[in-house]
Design a protein around this ligand. Sequence first.
Ligand SMILES: NC(=O)C1=CN([C@@H]2O[C@H](COP(=O)(O)OP(=O)(O)OC[C@H]3O[C@@H](n4cnc5c(N)ncnc54)[C@H](OP(=O)(O)O)[C@@H]3O)[C@@H](O)[C@H]2O)[C@@H](O)CC1
Ligand SMILES: Nc1ncnc2c1ncn2[C@@H]1O[C@H](COP(=O)(O)OP(=O)(O)O)[C@@H](O)[C@H]1O
Ligand SMILES: [Mg+2]
Length: 294
Amino acid sequence: MALKDVTSEPLPVLPAREDESHKGTYGRALVVGGSRGKAGAAALAGKAALRSGAGLVTVLVPRAIQETVASFEPAMMTVGLGASNCDELLQEFAPEIKELAKDKNCLALGPGLGTSASTFRLVHSLYHHVEQTMVVDADALNAMAAWSEGLKHPSGSRILTPHPGEFERLTGEPCADEARVRAEQAAALCRRDMTDQTVVVLKGHHTIVTDGSRVSFNQTGNPGMATGGTGDVLTGIITALVAQGLETWEAARLAVHVHGLAGDLAAEKLGQVSLIASDLLNFLPEVFLKMGNR
Ligand SMILES: NC(=O)C1=CN([C@@H]2O[C@H](COP(=O)(O)OP(=O)(O)OC[C@H]3O[C@@H](n4cnc5c(N)ncnc54)[C@H](OP(=O)(O)O)[C@@H]3O)[C@@H](O)[C@H]2O)[C@@H](O)CC1
Ligand SMILES: Nc1ncnc2c1ncn2[C@@H]1O[C@H](COP(=O)(O)OP(=O)(O)O)[C@@H](O)[C@H]1O
Ligand SMILES: [Mg+2]
């Protein structure tokens, strides 16, 4: 199947907010991630989801880091699972997480999650049994890479957001240097195991977004964004746009643009050297205003 390059087509837009709306109108997002030492990844994703317009954001983490995550941002709700010393999310939490997912419009799974065997089994269970659209990132991708059945049989739409290292773990093949070949690799992953509703976001300079038949090469962003946690922010942005009703392809394409533009504005003010992931959160408001949202 020929891959259609739609890079020059207009970007999707986030609809204007109606006067008669309320927080429920803008969706409920659930971020599942974090572990001791990587609380920040879950917090960055959660706060990015809030700054990208999701009505209600809950960050679900192991109990030991709940207070830390909550302290990053009071507008974020948190749920802590396990005993007070529990520092990673485990397989046995799957039923509780599935229950909490029921009234959510979108889930993000993976930032800072950790790589224990039990955590990986939790990821498999959620990937295969949660019907809501799910952004699958970071250690959730590593979990799926370690699974012999690969990414087959998700029970809902999935947006996979690998960086080239994660992509290689998932597919067993390194990313090609040439953009067009890389796009074909990402599209092949999309088509290989999954449903029509799967989107792959292969991150890097000119991040590739593909649904297996279309591809878009992102035109925003800069090397200042090559710093820990910027991918976690992207995960939160995509999750918020899905929670607000955008389709997976639209949400991924718009989010990648918004994320890169936040990076460009941040670099203009702060310089590429000093830019850190949490700066992106502070430039998201300017991005949405620039794009015509009130
Ligand atoms: N503040 C926090 O809490 C933070 C927590 N975080 C959490 O940490 C966890 C681990 O995530 P991770 O991405 O840091 O590590 P990992 O999955 O081992 O991948 C790195 C490997 O891939 C390779 N690689 C090749 N090309 C690459 C490319 N273009 N971009 C990137 N990598 C590339 C790379 O090659 P190398 O650098 O050696 O050349 C290396 O071998 C995860 O849960 C995440 O959410 C982070 O988000 C940081 C902030
Ligand atoms: N040289 C670059 N140019 C543009 N964007 C970049 C560059 N390097 C990294 N990025 C962006 O930064 C993000 C890094 O994501 P990721 O590697 O998952 O980081 P982390 O896991 O630390 O949060 C991606 O969105 C990627 O596109
Ligand atoms: Mg990452």
